[in-house]
Design a protein. Structure first.
Length: 287
């Protein structure tokens, strides 16, 4: 597995974001498992190949976009001769520093989404809108001036909100990013604590909220109860360990705070319909 670390002072000062333009590449994307400590958005004008993101296979084509959250695992298999586009990457501090909103990433439907593919295909018109703004960001980064930060802030805000709106329309999600703040805090708590806490009461304590109120908010937003949402996210975490690590069931159970391996096996079998060992074998055979 290859791990990438964000270079926040690459430009000689802290910016917490970067933008690359992909054109005329003479190298190939490695099919090695990749993981980074930052957010990524690939906006591809011209592309052919596939992406495996957290075990989900996605076919990549022209005018496609895919979104990667920190520490999500990806494997890219793309034809370099048919590859052109942009690669945005930024740390979580980018949102809190630039937008004064530490929950901004959780307001975007395409990050930390376990229910829908973190992928989007754009129309030519929408892609061109995004492309114009990204070219302006690239120009500001290449010719950085005293007033470049607010310009970049405005451009990035437009790009992210536009993508969020398009993603929401595609998956029939509420496009608002200013709904009940508790849902965004719940998403944050779930991502930060899923490997340690599995009970509804745990998250009620973290958020200082009554169980029935949290259930109502989560059911309205996700269409699932809090328990179902927690179990779905925990199941995904187990799958990632089975697919991308060499750990035993006992080791995975310990890392994910199950009291014993048998409890993890029963949990996985009940939700997935097969034992974790069989799931792992099938994934490796399919690979």
């Amino acid at each position: 597995m290859r791990k990438f670390i964000f270079e926040k002072e690459k430009l000689g000062f802290e910016l917490f974001k970067d933008l690359h333009k992909y054109e005329n590449l003479d190298s190939t994307f490695s099919q090695m498992i990749q993981i980074g400590n930052f957010f990524e958005i690939f906006i591809l004008e011209k592309a052919k190949g596939s992406l495996e993101l957290n075990g989900q296979a996605i076919t990549i084509g022209d005018k496609s976009v895919f979104f990667v959250s920190p520490y999500q695992k990806k494997i890219m298999d793309l034809e370099i001769s048919k590859f052109k586009g942009y690669h945005l990457n930024f740390q979580e501090n980018f949102f809190s520093n630039l937008f004064d909103d530490k929950l901004f990433a959780y307001r975007m439907h395409f990050f930390y989404n376990t229910l829908h593919p973190q992928f989007l295909h754009l129309s030519s018109e929408d892609f061109n809108f995004i492309k114009v703004n990204l070219n302006e960001v690239a120009n500001e980064l290449a010719n950085f001036k005293n007033d470049s930060k607010p310009v970049i802030r405005s451009l990035m805000y437009f790009v992210l909100m536009k993508l969020n709106r398009l993603y929401s329309e595609r998956h029939k999600l509420p496009s608002t990013t200013q709904g009940d703040i508790l849902i965004y805090k719940f998403k944050e708590a779930l991502e930060r604590n899923i490997r340690k806490f599995h009970l509804v009461d745990d998250y009620c304590d973290i958020l200082s909220i009554q169980r029935h109120k949290l259930n109502r908010i989560v059911k309205t937003h996700f269409g699932k109860t809090v328990k179902e949402t927690i179990h779905f996210r925990l199941l995904q975490e187990i799958k990632l360990e089975l697919m991308y690590s060499d750990k035993t069931i006992s080791e995975i159970a310990k890392d994910l705070n199950f009291s014993e391996a048998n409890n993890l096996t029963r949990f996985f079998n009940r939700l997935e319909g097969v034992p974790p060992t069989l799931f792992s074998e099938k994934y490796q055979n399919d690979r």
